[in-house]
Design a protein around this ligand. Structure first.
Ligand code: AMP
Ligand code: ZN
Length: 455
């Protein structure tokens, strides 16, 4: 099956034509490891997991190499270590472990290779030395800088001209720079910071060079797909292209560039100050199943902004319960539904794939529904256990609470009402009491077993 993907570089949907026929190579920028992944960080992970699954299906599991790095040397990590009194190694190890646990829970496959930047310092130094000798970089005051104006195509990916960048004032001026546009390849480290010996003294790499060095070391001069969030397009991806194309002019780095749009929460940009910031782990701990999170994500095309809402969560859970109840009646694994493959092969039309799931469900086509759920990463060998637990009808509890309230108003003793409210809350049920009546709503993490005592 032909796969078409939207290429940021050409602004068009293109047929995927692998550099090495029959084999596909993909590089996706991974996390900087100092804290739990927030829900937005999960978007590129899920998007490129869907692509990885599609590629494996079309080309064969062994024919696809998917590389996603861990940035384990970064000033944010250094700051976290200094503030917490813990070692950098402890923090990065713990965060990588968390990342794996949390992303596994979303049904994402581990990439073929997950290189850590600190294992690739030698390759970075070598690449920087090459850039200096070809005149694309220069050393100054313990730093090494990339000479942006030495690479003519700089800005082509994001469609910016070098002059716009200067007036945009997003560039940092520093005395050791020939030009404010030039960016750091290497910087000096003081004794209290992580550092490696280099021809320019003890120091550490700038952020961008790691992806260029690891992509080249693992995938070579030219490879098929490069992905990441669209916040990385400039400057990170522009810088990756400039470094790689100047260091290895015999190749042309990534052929197709894919960028996912950002995730918002209830219509607003997610931020700690707005109080709408949460991690994948927060949701999982509240009892939101990973499959439900994944299903909500698949509902929006990756090139559109996506909104995480409580309403979508509830709808996704109800839909998945219905699908799983049907799928549980079948057994085994087979081939996913061809219209679902087709939807994904058309620039990852995941919303179209979900529409096809609904069609299969309506037609009660159990085997294909089951295989397709597996293909989309929404179930393993069996449907998830949570989907087998019955949905509890809360109306009898609401009626009972309303009778207790009537009695309490007569005899002015609200203790029984309060006791029942507390028990409901403890079971994970939100209680809304008003003059109009009583409304009970099961929240994520709702535990029906705890309601037994109320019967
Ligand atoms: P970072 O660890 O900040 O470098 O981010 C890791 C990945 O998460 C990058 O590919 C970012 O583009 C992506 N990302 C960060 N915030 C969001 C968001 N709100 N929505 C979607 N992707 C995001
Ligand atoms: Zn990168």
């Amino acid at each position: 099956m032909d796969i078409h993907l939207h290429n940021t570089k050409t602004r068009q949907k293109e047929l995927l034509r692998p550099v090495v026929p029959g084999q596909v190579s993909m590089y996706v920028c991974g996390p900087t490891v100092y804290d739990r992944a927030h829900i937005g960080n999960a978007r590129p992970v899920i998007v490129f997991d869907v692509l990885f699954r599609l590629l494996r299906h079309v080309y064969g599991a062994d024919a696809v190499t998917y590389v996603r790095n861990f940035t384990d040397v970064d000033d944010k990590i250094n700051a976290r270590a200094a503030a917490s009194g813990r070692s950098i190694g402890e923090i990065t190890e713990e965060t990588i472990k968390w990342y794996h646990e949390d992303m596994d829970a979303l049904g994402t496959l581990r990439p073929t290779k997950e290189p850590r930047a600190t294992d690739w310092i030698g390759a970075m130094v070598e690449m920087i030395e090459g850039l200096i000798s070809s005149g694309h970089a220069y050393a100054a005051e313990g730093h090494v800088l990339f000479r942006v104006r030495s690479y003519e195509a700089y800005g082509a990916l994001s469609g910016r001209s070098v002059d716009d960048m200067i007036s945009g004032a997003r560039v940092e001026v520093a005395p050791y720079k020939e030009d404010p546009l030039d960016f750091v390849l290497w910087k000096p480290s003081s004794d209290d910071l992580p550092g490696w010996e280099s021809p320019w003294g003890r120091g550490r790499p700038g952020w961008h060079i790691e992806c260029s060095a690891m992509a080249h070391g693992i995938l070579g001069d030219s490879f098929d797909i490069h992905g990441g969030g669209n916040d990385l397009m400039f400057p990170h991806h522009e810088n990756e292209i400039a470094q790689s194309c100047c260091a290895h002019p015999e190749g042309d780095f990534a052929h197709i560039w894919m960028h996912n749009e950002m995730l918002q929460v209830e219509g607003k940009k997610m931020s700690k100050s707005l109080g709408n910031f949460f991690t994948v782990r927060d949701l999982l701990d509240q009892g939101v199943p990973g499959e439900v999170i994944r299903f909500v994500f698949l509902g929006t095309h990756y090139r559109k902004p996506m909104d995480w809402t409580e309403k979508k969560r509830a709808e996704a859970e109800a839909t998945l319960r219905k699908f799983y109840a049907q799928a549980a009646q079948g057994v085994g694994t087979g081939q996913p539904y061809v219209l679902i493959e087709k939807a994904l092969a058309d620039d990852l039309n995941t919303a179209g794939a979900i529409a096809e799931l609904h069609q299969l469900s309506l037609a009660d086509d159990i085997a294909e529904l089951r295989y397709s759920l597996q293909f989309l990463g929404l179930m393993g060998d069996d449907v998830p256990a949570w989907s087998k637990a019955p949905v509890v009808d809360l109306s009898t509890y609401a009626d009972h609470l309303s009778r207790l309230r009537e009695a309490a108003m007569e005899n002015k003793d609200f203790s029984a009402v309060d006791a029942m409210k507390t028990a409901l809350l403890e079971a994970g049920v939100e209680v809304k009491m008003s003059k109009q009546g009583i409304d009970l709503e099961a929240k994520p993490g709702f535990d029906p077993a705890k309601l037994e005592a109320l019967k």
